[in-house]
Design a binder for this molecule. Structure first.
Ligand SMILES: NC(=O)c1ccc[n+]([C@@H]2O[C@H](COP(=O)([O-])OP(=O)(O)OC[C@H]3O[C@@H](n4cnc5c(N)ncnc54)[C@H](O)[C@@H]3O)[C@@H](O)[C@H]2O)c1
Length: 497
């Protein structure tokens, strides 16, 4: 395992959250922690006040930037995620990694060495301190900046990247406060630079397939979705000085809500065309379970005087939120990185004629269950379905049977085009590679991004809104309309070939 020393203006890792204040004017949305036992205010809390779009700024939904022949990419943050993303770029056509930045001793150098070995070209290295990325933006003037740093730094880095003339691509979540989400949206509109949150789960095989199936109308009118990120990650606490656990653990101590909502929500939001013409986010209620698991884990695995045993963990182990959309649809969003539970993103979409679900893959529906035979379109007559056994949709496909029956028929064209190569490159079934291929393709061809800045903002807003709801005993919170009403004229994400 490589070891790195923190150096320069970053100070010590234990004050990482404090350091990032330097970057992000970090604000907390209300007093963190204490969860009221009953709703203080059952009327929706309106956090949605929207100021008019400033003159000279433009709406960025569907925005097309000028085509870029060869995309010059700079990467900020070379931890677990940054290294993985950077290596992917080396085999994607029409791009070059021209600069890398990380203040840990050795991180930028190690990455630059690896890039030089693979490509014969050495990128510029920036590693002096936590502000070195600004120097990189000024000196290198990249076309695209990829931000893979701790959550609290995302917003300011994206803003600085766009201000410098680059398109910004930001790891999840886009920002952790509503104020910062607005600053990101406003900067993107003013500078007319893309700002895409990199929600890789939208490029999972099953997520892409469900999008394809939903677009074909196979489950009728959409009613309800379920989304989650349930992934036991307590072992990250062993990354005490560097790595995800070294900064993420402080978030569990200081906040209470759904701190990581976008992996499950992103795909469901795109099935429903939320903030894209058809429907949008309206309100959210949220509750947290007691916060037990982190403290118990710290007690069991670390010395009594260890820094983790000095924290008071506020964040409920399981967070459950319910979103209501403008059309009245519902979405359950859950998050738990603490409890021993099977991994689950839920990925469930339910319509009037069927339901697609994941973990494991299951489908049932009037047109897609076992015992339902499809009637193809013939002689101008529309096709349909015939239920051969009594109520065919009382049976459903599950696991291998579902995979066999569905992938060959409904795999998304993008997955058919890139999936095999992506699977070889990417231990998460190819989703990261497909996502980064699309980022470069869109920049190269001057196409709109698959996820616009408003989607990143809405999906991430579940973080601060759930914190506020939990803090107010589950009181409903209204989503700010980051599009200022323009979602109504935004095209749904098409099924990309
Ligand atoms: N989409 C996914 O599946 C997925 C998976 C893991 C992590 N993530 C996200 O990726 C981001 C990074 O996570 P990670 O696991 O790689 O964390 P990490 O701690 O391993 O890496 C973060 C890196 O950022 C560097 N950094 C911190 N401040 C910096 C600054 N001012 N300038 C330059 N570099 C700086 C750190 O030195 C560290 O190397 C997080 O936002 C996380 O939520 C996403």
């Amino acid at each position: 395992m490589r070891q790195y020393q923190l150096k320069g203006a970053m100070g010590t890792v234990t004050n990482r959250l404090a350091i990032s204040d330097e970057l992000s004017r970090a604000q907390s949305s209300g007093p963190a922690g204490a969860e009221a036992t009953h709703a203080k205010n059952v009327a929706p809390v309106d956090t949605s006040a929207v100021s008019p779009r400033p003159e000279g700024s433009i709406y960025m939904g569907g925005f097309r930037a000028s085509k870029i022949e060869n995309v010059r990419v700079a990467v900020i943050g070379l931890g677990e995620r940054g290294v993985l993303q950077t290596l992917h770029f080396l085999s994607i056509p029409h791009c070059e990694v021209v600069a890398v930045c990380d203040p840990y001793d050795g991180a930028a150098k190690a990455m630059a060495n690896q890039i030089e070995q693979c490509t014969g070209r050495r990128p510029a290295e920036y590693d002096k301190n936590s502000m070195a990325y600004k120097k990189m933006l000024t000196e290198v003037k990249p076309d695209a900046v990829i931000i893979n740093t701790p959550w609290e730094t995302h917003a300011q880095m994206a803003i600085d990247a766009m201000e410098s003339g680059a398109h910004a691509f930001v790891e999840v979540p886009l920002a952790i406060t509503l104020e910062d989400l607005w600053r990101v949206v406003d900067t993107s509109e003013r500078t007319q630079k893309h700002c895409m949150m990199l929600e890789n789960c939208n490029y999972g095989r099953n997520e892409l397939m469900f999008l394809n199936m939903v677009r074909q109308g196979l489950i009728g009118e959409l009613l309800h979705g379920e989304a989650a990120y349930i992934h036991e990650l307590r072992m990250q606490m062993f990354s005490e000085d560097r790595g995800c656990g070294s900064w993420r653990t402080n978030h569990y101590a200081s906040r209470n809500g759904n701190l990581y909502p976008t992996h499950g929500l992103g795909p469901v939001a795109q099935y429903m065309n939320l903030a894209r013409g058809e429907d949008s986010f309206d309100r959210i209620v949220s509750f947290s379970s007691p916060a037990k698991g982190r403290a118990a884990y710290a007690k069991k695995n670390f010395a009594p005087d260890h820094k983790w045993n000095k924290l008071e963990f506020k964040c409920g182990d399981m967070s459950s939120s319910l979103i209501k959309t403008k059309l009245g649809r519902t979405i359950l969003v859950q998050w738990d990185e603490t409890s021993p539970r099977p991994y689950d993103r839920k990925n469930l979409i339910q319509g009037t004629e069927g339901t697609l679900a994941d973990y494991p893959l299951r489908v049932a529906g009037e047109r897609i269950s076992p015992g339902v035979s499809e009637i193809p379109e013939k002689g101008g007559q529309p096709g349909g379905a015939e239920i051969s056994s009594e109520g065919g949709y009382h049976e459903w496909y599950e696991g291998d049977a579902a995979e066999k029956g569905l992938y060959s028929k409904y795999d998304h064209p993008l997955y058919k085009r890139l999936g095999e190569k992506a699977r070889k490159k990417d231990n998460r079934g190819g989703m990261n590679y497909i996502m980064l291929c699309r980022v470069i393709e869109c920049l190269h061809n001057g196409e709109p991004m698959d996820q616009n800045v408003y989607e990143g903002a809405f999906w991430s807003a579940v973080g601060p809104l759930s914190e506020k709801s939990v803090n107010e005993g589950g009181a409903p919170q209204i989503f700010p309309d980051f599009t200022r009403g323009d979602w109504k004229n935004t095209a749904p994400l098409p099924v990309i070939r």
